[in-house]
Design a protein around this ligand. Structure first.
Ligand SMILES: [Zn+2]
Length: 324
């Protein structure tokens, strides 16, 4: 089975650990985090999205700016990915993805989690695009220049700011995927209204199955599907059910419900590995086969299993990068 995962925080987990002196040297190839490239390859992943997660509520790691932190993380991403071009290669489009897959290479996509790093400067989107960024999570858990988060329901009814609408339009023009995970409900509806291209919720589950502000309502799932979008199943315990325990049975319930509401094409994977804690049944990229085994046991068809693990994501890339 192939796998495509829309969201992991491995890069920033390492940067933060390094800044605290807890690790000396990053090795994205082999480490004891949830994700390393060796395990991704062993588990037959076709693509991994690597997020540069930036926390606006904390001082920049390198003390200059949050944007500067992101640029450094981007450099590390490219440096690590280019270490073994026979096995992994950067991907910036559906075409790159297909070429990599045909050459038995894992595709590495680059994303930013916290659109606020552009700090009101629209030209930074083009800079980020030129550095290879192909998806941006518009907000994390703070208000920013683009809009408002769904942390709690405090900003639920606050939509995109005028600059945020401009950002969505510019991202559409450049070919950077809009990611609505973490965004306020009203912000989601604005993206639905203003985005001319399909968009993603890279790591969000179903709010109908489990009431959490980070999850999507049925109405949102339908709108996402209507735009040709996709959501990635998040393995974080508190988004799956009420305790911080990430259980495979709960993943099954979310996947089944999302398919029932939005259709088979709307579900992919967005594990949030290296950004989640608590008890995990699937402990990292090396265990991802357990998801398939559970889906088989839960009577998902082989077509459904392939769709969720990678085919829906492939189809999304094709739709996204062929819409002009
Ligand atoms: Zn997140």
């Amino acid at each position: 089975m192939f796998y495509i995962d829309f969201h992991v925080d491995t890069l920033m987990r390492w940067l933060v650990d390094k800044s605290k002196g807890e690790v000396s040297n990053i090795d994205l190839w082999k480490n004891d985090y949830h994700i390393d490239i060796e395990r991704l390859i062993k588990s037959n992943y076709a693509a991994q999205f690597f997020a540069c997660f930036i926390c606006l509520g904390e001082e920049p790691i390198y003390k200059i700016s949050h944007y500067d932190d992101a640029l450094r993380a981007i450099d590390i991403f490219h440096e690590q990915v280019s270490k073994n071009p026979e096995k992994i290669a950067f991907a910036s489009s559906y075409q790159d993805y297909l070429a990599n897959k045909n050459n038995n290479r894992l595709s590495a996509f680059l994303t930013i989690e916290e659109g606020g790093i552009i700090d009101g400067k629209i030209e930074r989107l083009e800079e980020l695009y030129n550095k290879g960024v192909r998806a941006i999570t518009l907000t994390w858990n703070y208000e920013n220049c683009i809009g408002y988060p769904n942390s709690g329901y405090k900003f639920k009814d606050y939509g995109l700011k005028p600059f945020g609408i401009e950002v969505v339009e510019k991202m559409n023009d450049l070919g950077i995927i809009v990611d609505v995970s973490h965004l306020s409900d009203a912000g989601f509806n604005d993206v639905y209204k203003y985005s001319k291209k399909p968009f993603m919720a890279t790591h969000s589950n179903s709010r109908e199955v489990h009431e959490h502000c980070r999850n999507l309502t049925d109405e949102m799932v339908k709108k996402l599907a209507d735009k040709g979008g996709i959501t990635g199943i998040n393995f974080c315990g508190v988004f799956l059910q009420k305790e911080n325990k990430s259980k495979i049975d709960d993943m099954m319930t979310h996947i089944r419900h999302l398919i029932n509401v939005g259709g088979l094409e709307v579900v992919g994977l967005g594990t949030d590995f290296d950004g989640i804690d608590g008890e995990l049944e699937i402990k990292g990229a090396g265990d991802i086969h357990m998801l398939v085994e559970a889906m088989e046991k839960n009577k998902f068809t082989s077509k459904e299993i392939e769709a969720v693990c990678y085919k829906n994501s492939e189809a999304f890339f094709k739709r996204y990068w062929s819409v002009s």
